[in-house]
Design a protein around this ligand. Structure first.
Ligand SMILES: [Zn+2]
Length: 316
């Protein structure tokens, strides 16, 4: 019998991060896994091992010039990959390739039927563009996964759903003119928070105009405002009928995050995961993966992600 939920664990993804005092520290993986082991669904999950993405896989989303740039900066070490948010740590290329490869492993596990759902904590690096690093994100594992689902698994309509406090600009602009990338993102209003994008008026361009959903929330918005936004996301996804769902469940939208101003509780993340499993069951053969995304208060990220995994297990 197939295991219902695979959760990825291992040093290859734990090493993705930046040393003190950077908020995306190297302890986030272990903090989550300690909470999951103590409070998670126990025997109804199993653990998967990270794998590295190949350069060909990175190239499904990223430009060759950018991949070469990261490789060179990573070998040199020092400085930044962007204007000052994302340090060029020695070995960051390999760590970022492991994050992408592990998200692709999650995709493969769900597509093959090995798992009903899958979750990888150090992932959901949604700010990286096709040709640039941004906001602590080197390679965009969700963007690569969407292209991989098309190129390697023959799917067409992939849904990307993002409840991180920050707008998923790397995914949005990476597919802005692509009507088959179903995009729903609720986030703190860009007038108050990095990266400054994601206005409700941004619905796609060209052939995709009017097909994407951005829902900015005022600073201080909590579970009630999230529930109102979620109803719109649910209706949008039901109309769009995705074949696969990628959830980016950044925990920096919870109250107490040090760099954002939303005030969700972890119940927002649990309810989103429950709802998405139902939507996946209605339209996508149950196929969904979760990626951890942001979250810089360790208690919040460990609890929110554990609730997502619990919801995946309960819905399997
Ligand atoms: Zn974030």
């Amino acid at each position: 019998m197939a295991e219902p939920v695979i959760v990825y664990k291992g040093g290859a993804i734990a090493r993705y991060g930046f040393g003190d005092p950077h908020p995306f520290g190297l302890d986030r993986h272990d903090v989550f896994h300690e909470e999951l082991a103590a409070e998670g669904p126990g025997d109804s999950i199993c653990y998967g091992s990270p794998r590295d993405a190949t350069v060909d896989e990175l190239h499904l989303f990223h430009t060759a010039d950018y991949i070469d740039f990261v490789s060179k900066k990573s070998a040199e070490g020092g400085g930044y990959l962007d204007g000052g948010d994302t340090p060029a740590m020695p070995g960051i290329f390999e760590a970022a390739a492991s994050v992408v490869g592990t998200t692709l492993a999650a995709v493969d596990a769900v597509m093959s039927g090995e798992a009903r759902r899958a979750f990888t904590p150090i992932a959901g690096l949604h700010h990286a563009g096709r040709g640039h690093a941004a906001g602590f994100c080197v390679f965009n594992d969700c963007g690569v996964a969407a292209e991989y689902l098309r190129a390697r698994h023959g799917l067409k309509r992939i849904a990307y759903v993002d409840i991180d406090a920050h707008h998923g600009d790397g995914v949005f602009y990476g597919f802005e003119d692509d009507p088959d990338l179903i995009f729903a993102d609720t986030h703190e209003d860009g007038r108050y928070l990095y990266p400054g994008t994601g206005a409700a008026s941004e619905t796609g361009k060209g052939a995709a105009r009017g097909t994407k959903l951005n829902i900015p929330l005022e600073p201080g918005a909590g579970d009630a405002e999230f529930a109102t936004a979620w109803q719109k996301i649910e209706d949008y996804l039901d109309a769009a009928r995705p074949e696969f769902i990628i959830l980016q469940c950044g925990a920096d939208s919870l109250e107490g995050d040090p760099i954002t101003h939303l005030r969700f509780t972890e119940e927002a993340h649990a309810s989103a995961a429950r709802s998405l499993c139902e939507i996946a069951d209605r339209h996508a053969g149950g196929r969904i993966i979760g990626t951890g995304g942001g979250g810089y208060n360790r208690r919040n990220l460990s609890r929110a992600w554990t609730r997502v995994v619990q919801a995946f297990a309960d819905a399997s």
